[in-house]
Design a protein around this ligand. Sequence first.
Ligand SMILES: Nc1ncnc2c1ncn2[C@@H]1O[C@H](COP(=O)(O)OP(=O)(O)OP(=O)(O)O)[C@@H](O)[C@H]1O
Length: 750
Amino acid sequence: MPSRPAPPFLPPQPSPLPYHQRSSSRIPPLAAASTSAFSFLLLFVICFRKLTRKRTVPTDFSKPPHRFSYTTLRRATNKFSPSLRLGQGGFGSVYHGTLPNELNVAVKVMDSGSLQGEREFQNELLFASKLDSCYIVTARGFSYDRKHRSLLIVYELMQNGNLQDALLHRKCVELVDWKKRFSIAVDIAKGIEYLHSLDPPVIHGDIKPSNILLDQCFNAKVADFGLAWLKIDNSNQNNQNQCNQGQCEVKVEESDKIIGLKRVELESNNGGEDYGSVVEETDSVTTGFDEFNLVVDQLPVCMTSPETLEAVSASPETGAVGVSLEGNLDVGSIEGVKELVNGEKNNGGGIQSESRKDWLKQEKGGTTSENGGVKDYVMEWLGTEINKGRPKSDWIGASSSSNSQSVAKIVKKKNRKRLDWWVSLDDDKDEKVLKKEKRRPAREWWKEEYCEELEKKNKKKKKKRDMGMTSDDNNGGEDWWPRDEELYVERKKKRSKSRGSIGSIEWFSGELFRGNRNSHDSLSGEIPESGGISSTPSMRGNVCYAAPEYGGGGNLSEKSDVYSFGVLLLVLIAGRRPLQVTNLPMSEFQRANLMHWARNLARSGKLLDLVDKSVQSLDREQATLCITIALLCLQKSPAHRPSMKEVVGMLTGESQVPQLPSEFSPSPPTRFPFKSKSHQKICNNKMATPLHVCFNNEYWKCHKHLIRLFELHVSNLLILSSVNLRTSSCPLLSATFNKMAKQLYPEESV
Ligand SMILES: Nc1ncnc2c1ncn2[C@@H]1O[C@H](COP(=O)(O)OP(=O)(O)OP(=O)(O)O)[C@@H](O)[C@H]1O
């Protein structure tokens, strides 16, 4: 069979479709292929990111604090729903949140314009990572979100809110029972004792009822470590330390140093390890205190006598103190910095520095990498976020800018680069390398963001100066950082704009720097609403609860907390504020000041009159014991006050209660800081009760020295309804006082 011839090669038949249709017919498969490839890639990236991403919802809470994602907390609080708001503090609002694992928490959100701000945020976090006691409110974690510029702290939820609210506002029925009140007193005492028993001891610095939180069973826990300090007993250290650079000399006089776990801003010539500049900066910080002295020097003569100052700084009758507390805070910080600088550089820290290092090391160890590490976080954040729009005056040493010496230094350094320096101790690493590493982000930030701005400002300033328009503040190149007073005025203005002017009564709360509407510790008869604004001013302690040495420039110590505990104990027993004038008939005016009243009752042997009348099942013995302990804690001299350990011993019956000292028997006459005869009369008037002065807008119109003066004397002023304070030396003060007296006692002719 003949083979079939091979078919001729046929060229591919041209498609019957036109070209453009042919190419479009290929698009769908191509598109599908590329889409699927892209989605595969996307899926891969998502999976990879999910696998490698840090967990943001920790399930194990054994070692707080943990880092949460902003989204988690946002969800947990139902987008920070106002209905879940538990309260408002100086830091910001606090919300009730429920985490995905059903855990109930309290989420504190820092307001962008927070007065307390970042430094307290850091403090809270650092202390939270260390403190571990059933008498302390623990912080579960934190979150910071660059996009939303928000800082959040997550705490264990304390279902019954703060003691102030429960006792004075909500008047919880549970607190009617004496046993409950007594157990709360013991809990608080144990909480503070725990803090003081740490090595080095932690000084809370802000003990007051609104910082005591109550859980479901009304067990009390100490909260709010924004103002807490580490105490370093430095008695072994040389009294004089010289910094290595030889640029400056720091004299360290006190034997006890307090160190706040705070960020310290430093400046450096070259970004190198310039310890000299560290001390220079701290030196300038001390000038805040110098300025205070300067102010005192410039006060009217009648107000600046040593007696006056002594009376003001240490008046036990007032139970309060009004001296430049911020300055005081700064001094503490300075000493902390000096301590750190000298301790690290010269190895002169002795045992105490070692113990502090241990403390910090432990803290460091406690922060696992999984958690992001608090310190790492703080560093990262400090370098990139914190300074944006943050006035320098909010930081340590902010109040110091007006001293001429420091001004000169600041002027000299105005073009230098600003560095952020975090107090860090790491023996394993070379210090220099460590600091260099940490400084980098801030330096870069500085270069990029603000050098240019600063230059512009300086040019502007120079131009002004050339034109003869000198700044009366004379604060060198730092004018563009608002100073403290300016800031306060600004904030005050803002506040009054947003909600009208703040009533004098609000200022009567003893809060010098924050005219908060619902100050719980207020003198005002108006009881603040729950969930309202914080009761803490942005300073150490509430005026009523602050120990006299806060204002006297004395050493802050555990005994300062003891004093505050004494006031708190009286408040708990009496069920009222430490200072209360409204709703009080003139005949009972001596009861306005709780501490003063307690002393009077001790004198007359009627201690139990102080007990809240609504209390049921009163144990008279326990109540007498509590008031006696409170009076012991309220002694003027810190040395005479018992330690918290002794207090706990007395409360639990483990140790004997000593006799009340004789100083409680005859109360020394209050020294009134005015010299005129009419004022002497007031002083000698048995009915005269030291009261806090309410401030109104006049306060801010006063000259800055008068502002200091108010701070200084606020706790010691006497206002009687029928008294017209005529101070020839200071008509402005006189006018302001009279106006305030009128507002307080409109029915009386002043
Ligand atoms: N862990 C918590 N559980 C329940 N409520 C809380 C918790 N933390 C705070 N709160 C509530 O939120 C309020 C505000 O708290 P925050 O600590 O911010 O303010 P403060 O202590 O009153 O003022 P400041 O922070 O200025 O001292 C508290 O008074 C309390 O009622």
